[in-house]
Design a protein around this ligand. Structure first.
Ligand SMILES: Cc1cc2nc3c(=O)[nH]c(=O)nc-3n(C[C@H](O)[C@H](O)[C@H](O)COP(=O)(O)OP(=O)(O)OC[C@H]3O[C@@H](n4cnc5c(N)ncnc54)[C@H](O)[C@@H]3O)c2cc1C
Length: 407
């Protein structure tokens, strides 16, 4: 069997692996990036067809490359993000090898041994850049025997892929609300199960909320602990970008329900928390407006006032008289889309550094195993860590750590 030696092995050819390669290269640190499929694979085959970036192109990018087809205030389509990452990998001359899966990683003395689909690779350092969203999570609620098509948002592509009939979308973060809206526009009857969420304003007083998060210091908010709970955030760049407004979705014809509970005799049960979840989402929205106003006043910014942003439509009937149970068969629901998030999956690593949920213990991506690093995880060092531009800064930190250790 062939055994290859590299100084630093980067596992994963998404934005994290590419950013890591750039910073290692800049410090003249020899390395190899391996990717089991193709570069930017998640953006090719694990996102729906119409997906655009959640943030505007001036923001959701690496510092030293602009998007070419989408203007700075536009939202880049997933296919352009793929081209962008391919272009970036070429720009930084990343030493990439695709079609190589790391199946197991262990340590022998000072060296890591990676068992890959194409032989063994030995390395002094390993960076796991295998994504913040690795394994789609579908709670075991509705049995297969129910005879419905059930799929995770990672496997949803477009309305035509689904059987005829109504659709139940479970989870109202960015994926759930965008998919529900797309299905509604395609003429489907849609039910949307809404749990607790944040829903920042898309734009306020002429600025995108990502700009506000920046000036308010919220992107750089540091993780209190590495596996800090992930808050569901409902934002959308679809149709040029708009604030996610659940009352508007209901007025357009989507039936909102509370958190999904048990399934019994072809019926799904929902918690009676819909109004509360909507109210808390409103509070989060209004807090952001307050914080923005306070900042604008404090800094003397000349930004147009926007009092109408505080006006809320009355609660729709589905919120005031919520459905607590829906017989899926009677309602003609043939599909359930679980927009219920992801888990990490480091089962291929043989190190005693994981908590019960499978989250690695680390500090800013540096683990307790000398030479083993993590990159791209949610809140790795700060709120921005899993986003395109945030991962770039974390990668720089890790490259410097490796350089220091080496010297
Ligand atoms: C629906 C959705 C929309 C998003 N929109 C945005 C957005 O608009 N802006 C933004 O900044 N972020 C967005 N994100 C978040 C984040 O940017 C993406 O999840 C992004 O793909 C993360 O990049 P990554 O390189 O860290 O991980 P990934 O893109 O997941 O890349 C990891 C790579 O590692 C490979 N891999 C995994 N295991 C192995 C192995 N054992 N051996 C070899 N290779 C392996 C995978 O094939 C994959 O290509 C979005 C996420 C989702 C789910």
């Amino acid at each position: 069997m062939s055994v290859e030696n590299v100084e630093t092995l980067v596992i994963g050819g998404g934005q994290a692996g590419i950013a890591m390669s750039e910073h290692l290269g800049a410090l003249a640190l020899p390395h190899l990036v391996v990717e089991r499929n193709r570069i930017a694979e998640r953006w090719r085959s694990e996102r729906w067809d119409s997906l655009v970036a959640n943030g505007p192109a001036w923001h959701d990018r690496f510092p030293n490359k602009q998007f070419e087809r989408t203007g700075p205030d536009g939202f880049a389509p997933a296919r352009e993000i793929v081209d962008y990452l391919l272009g970036y990998a070429a720009q930084v001359k990343a030493p990439l090898r695709t079609g190589v899966e790391v199946k197991a990683l262990r340590k022998h003395g000072d060296l890591f041994i990676a068992e890959t689909s194409l032989g063994q690779i030995e390395a002094k350092n390993v960076i796991a850049a295998t994504g913040p969203f690795q394994r789609p999570l579908i709670p075991t609620v509705v049995p297969e025997a129910a005879g419905l098509m059930q799929l995770h948002s990672a496997h949803y592509r477009n309305p035509a892929q689904l059987p005829e009939g109504a659709v139940m979308v479970i989870g109202a973060g960015s994926s759930g609300v965008q998919i529900a809206d797309e299905l509604r526009k395609a003429g489907r009857q849609v039910y949307l199960s809404v749990g607790p969420h944040d829903r920042p304003p898309r734009r306020y007083r002429g600025k995108d909320f990502v700009w506000w998060l920046g000036v308010l210091g919220m992107w750089n908010a540091e993780a209190i602990e590495p596996a800090m709970a992930h808050v569901t955030i409902a934002v959308s760049g679809a149709d040029g970008g708009h604030t996610v407004d659940f009352r508007r979705l209901a007025a357009d014809g989507i039936t909102l329900v509370g958190r999904t509970g048990a399934y019994e005799n072809s019926a799904l049960h929902f918690a009676s928390d819909l109004a509360k979840n909507i109210t808390l989402g409103d509070a989060n929205y209004l807090n952001m407006l307050d914080a923005a106003d306070a900042y604008a006043a404090r800094e003397g910014l000349d930004l147009p006032e926007e009092p109408e942003a505080r006006r809320m439509e009355p609660d729709p009937d589905c919120v005031t008289n919520p459905l607590l149970k829906l017989d899926l068969r009677q309602a003609g629901v043939n599909t359930i889309i679980w927009a219920t998030g992801y888990a990490l999956d480091f089962g291929w690593m043989q190190f005693d550094i994981f908590d019960q949920q499978g989250n690695p213990r680390h500090h800013r991506g540096v683990s307790a195993v000398p030479g083993l690093y993590f990159l791209g995880l949610p809140w790795l060092s700060r709120r921005a860590s899993a986003f395109i531009w945030g991962v770039w800064h974390d990668a720089k930190y890790l490259a410097e750590h490796i350089a220091t250790r080496r010297s």
